[in-house]
Ligand binder design. Structure first.
Ligand code: SF4
Length: 699
């Protein structure tokens, strides 16, 4: 029996798993009792990992225009087409669109090639769709994109506030940890804040089913209430923060009292009072926030509104306290470390900062650094549609299903001069539009690292041979870099070499002024890399990790102080009308992942929820003449989808919920992305995926 320690490839919890293979090649997947994310737990998706290994539709060979070609031809063609387009239209005419599914080593090489050698910031990632608002909120408050907490804080808290987070379905192992913590400590209070009453609310002592999009009002009201009622930590605020007066004044002017908050959020006054009193009187508060906050046209402000409350009460950098973003994808955090977002540089450096650009250019010895941020996801696909970006290489993601306004995305790719898609499966809606298709390695075959929601870096290790001619993304990128003439700068033969370079960059000219530092790993041997234990960055010189940030009250802004942000709450852009009277909310279901390319092949996982559906309040269903189990047509005046009707009193009246997973590959008429307008947060660029206006009728 051979055992491989690795990490689950699904969500940002980043659970450790043990893969066991017997002499006949039978594989079983078990939870790793020693991994600090899960300590022996797995959710339904993790438990079913072995069932999704033998994928019947693997992409096995490189193809150009549907014809099998050699890797040499494929990578030479990509390089020459990129060179032609860049020569004719400039570097801004090419782009990469990557994924939180990539390993950090893949992400690093993609980012280096695009920002340091092709010379444009046009590399963005599907992580833009799940947590870029949290990135921007943290950066504004703390000076760097830093998640202050650790999973252990969930067990140490006396109050957990979950805002816009259905952790029971989307971060199940963390939810299990919270359930266990509450059993062990009945005094632990849990408050859920979500327009939809999800399964997560089963754990709650108080559920606030607020009006969609009013989170910043609720937290501005809390900030004003905390300041008025003597809950300010004056020593912390004066020594460690700036901007408190302006933020509190703004909060008081927008939400002067609890009655106003209750009215605007459509909540009972006594529930708002209870929430505020609990927050005010509990020293150890963790506020968890997720897509319900981030996927909003004011997601950054919402994040800062809740961070403000932690700053005012000094509840940050302490055991059991902090504002904690639960990341969606397994390696969205690793992508952030290497600068996978268009508005970042590598090693948490800032692409708009000339000194940072010079530092990275010097380290990479690159000829052509990007001179500023590139196009964020939604803007990128609009630029493709407008013919400004003429070549795009999409890696490990399916934007024709997952982006908003998917019909525009489909049309943009259909007329794009050169579309390259690397994927491990052979059939996705996006692959159908590719000129060049590249077979990538999948989970169990590739080698590298990922970082989870509490900054823990873990290994993903291979235990299966490469199928067909599939290669890891960094290998494909390296081959193209060589064909572009950059061989000396991309000398990689193995994943650990890339990891060492990434670690060395994090420590380059970093005398403690930047938080991200894993320099202690810059000389790891391959044996040490293979044996790397899960560790939370930053590392000290001895290679020990950091459980919690800001314990010394020092932050990474220029002043060293955390910054309050004065938040003027803004309601969602789409407003209900007689023609489009419903608000459409989107999200995940418990047993599926993204666009079903992996979980869709497991009958066990599909048994939980087998078909796309719309959840609607029974009174709304009655008013719209919809029958339970019947088919509904949901439209926004231009596009429509067909889904099965499920009635639930957990859904507010006037609101609908449709899961994101189904699309043309799995259900021809159900891709909900076509109903979501391409409205984004002006700072983060994250789409408002939880608030479209639509109509619903029987089909
Ligand atoms: Fe995998 Fe997330 Fe489930 Fe853990 S919680 S087993 S990382 S899907």
């Amino acid at each position: 029996m051979k055992t491989t320690k690795t990490t689950c490839p699904y969500c940002g919890v980043g659970c450790g798993v043990l893969v066991q293979q017997d002499d006949n090649g039978n594989i079983s997947v078990k939870p790793d009792k020693e991994h600090p994310a899960n300590f022996g737990r797995l959710c339904s998706k993790g438990t079913a990992l072995a069932e999704t290994l033998d994928h019947p539709q693997r992409l096995l060979y490189p193809e150009i225009d549907g014809q099998r070609v050699s890797w040499d031809v494929a990578t030479s063609t990509i390089a020459s087409r990129f060179q032609q387009i860049i020569a004719a239209h400039g570097a801004e005419a090419v782009a990469f669109y990557v994924s939180g599914q990539l390993l950090t080593e893949d992400y690093y090489v993609a980012n280096k090639l695009m920002k340091g050698f092709i010379g444009t910031g046009n590399i963005d990632t599907n992580s833009r769709l799940c947590m870029s608002s949290a990135v921007a909120a943290y950066k504004r408050a703390f000076g760097e994109d830093l998640v202050p907490c650790s999973y252990a804080d969930l067990e140490a808290a006396q109050l957990i506030v979950l805002v816009g987070s259905n952790a029971a379905w989307c971060h199940p192992v963390l939810y299990q940890r919270m359930v266990k913590a509450k059993k062990a400590n009945p005094a632990l209070q849990v408050i859920t804040i979500d327009p939809r009453r999800t399964q997560t609310a089963d754990l709650a002592d108080l559920h606030l089913g607020l009006a969609p999009g009013t989170d910043a009002i609720l937290f501005n009201g809390l900030l004003a209430w905390l300041a008025e009622n003597g809950h300010t930590d004056h020593a912390f605020v004066s020594q460690s923060t700036a901007g408190m007066e302006q933020a509190v004044d703004m909060a008081k002017s927008t939400t002067p009292n609890v009655q106003v908050v209750a009215e605007q959020c459509r909540l009972p006054v006594e529930d708002v009072q209870r929430f505020y009193a609990l927050f005010g009187t509990t020293a150890q508060v963790v506020t968890v926030f997720s897509q319900g906050i981030n996927q909003s046209a004011s997601g950054v402000d919402k994040g800062n509104a809740l961070i403000n409350c932690h700053l005012l009460t000094g509840r940050i950098g302490k055991v059991g306290a902090g504002a904690f973003s639960f990341t969606g994808q397994p390696n969205a955090m690793g992508g952030r470390e290497v600068g996978g977002l268009a508005n970042q540089l590598a090693a948490h450096l800032d692409i708009d900062n000339a000194e940072h650009r010079a530092l990275v250019q010097d380290f990479w010895q690159s000829p052509t650094m990007a001179q500023g941020a590139g196009l964020k996801a939604v803007d990128l696909f609009q630029a493709i549609g407008a013919g400004k970006v003429k070549a795009v290489w999409i890696m490990g993601t399916n934007p024709v299903v997952s982006l908003p306004d998917t019909e525009q995305v489909r049309a943009a790719l259909a007329q794009c001069e050169l579309v390259i898609v690397s994927d491990c499966v052979s059939h996705t809606d996006t692959l159908e539009l590719a000129h060049i298709r590249l077979p990538a390695l999948g989970w169990g075959e590739r080698n590298g690292t990922v970082t989870n929601s509490d900054r823990t870096i873990s290994r993903q290790a291979p235990f299966l041979p490469a199928p067909g001619e599939a290669k890891q993304d960094w290998e494909i990128l390296t081959a193209v870099a060589h064909k572009l003439g950059f061989a000396a700068h991309f000398p990689y033969q193995a994943a650990h070499e890339i990891f060492r370079e990434h670690a060395a960059l994090s420590a380059y000219h970093n005398a403690g002024t930047r938080c991200f530092n894993i320099g202690a790993w810059q000389d790891v041997t391959v044996a040490q890399y293979d044996a790397l234990l899960p560790t939370q960055w930053p590392l000290n010189a001895a290679g020990q990790g950091t459980v919690r940030l800001f314990t010394d009250g020092k932050f990474f802004t220029a002043s060293g102080k955390a910054q309050f942000i004065a938040v003027q709450p803004r309601l969602p852009q789409a407003i209900r009308s007689a023609a489009l009277p419903f608000v459409l909310n989107t999200g995940r279901v418990r047993d599926h992942w993204h666009t079903l390319t992996r979980t869709g092949i497991s009958p066990r996982l599909s048994a939980h929820i087998a078909e796309p559906y719309v959840e609607i309040h029974p009174c709304d269903a009655r008013d719209q003449c919809l029958q339970e189990g019947g088919i509904a047509r949901i439209h926004n005046g231009m596009q429509h989808i067909l889904v099965k009707v499920k009635t639930s009193r957990d859904q507010q009246r006037g609101s609908l919920f449709v899961p994101i997973h189904w699309s043309g590959q799995f259900s021809g008429a159900a891709g909900v992305g076509r109903l979501i307008p391409a409205v984004v947060d002006p700072i983060s660029g994250q789409p408002e995926s939880k608030h479209a206006t639509v109509a619903i009728e029987p089909y």
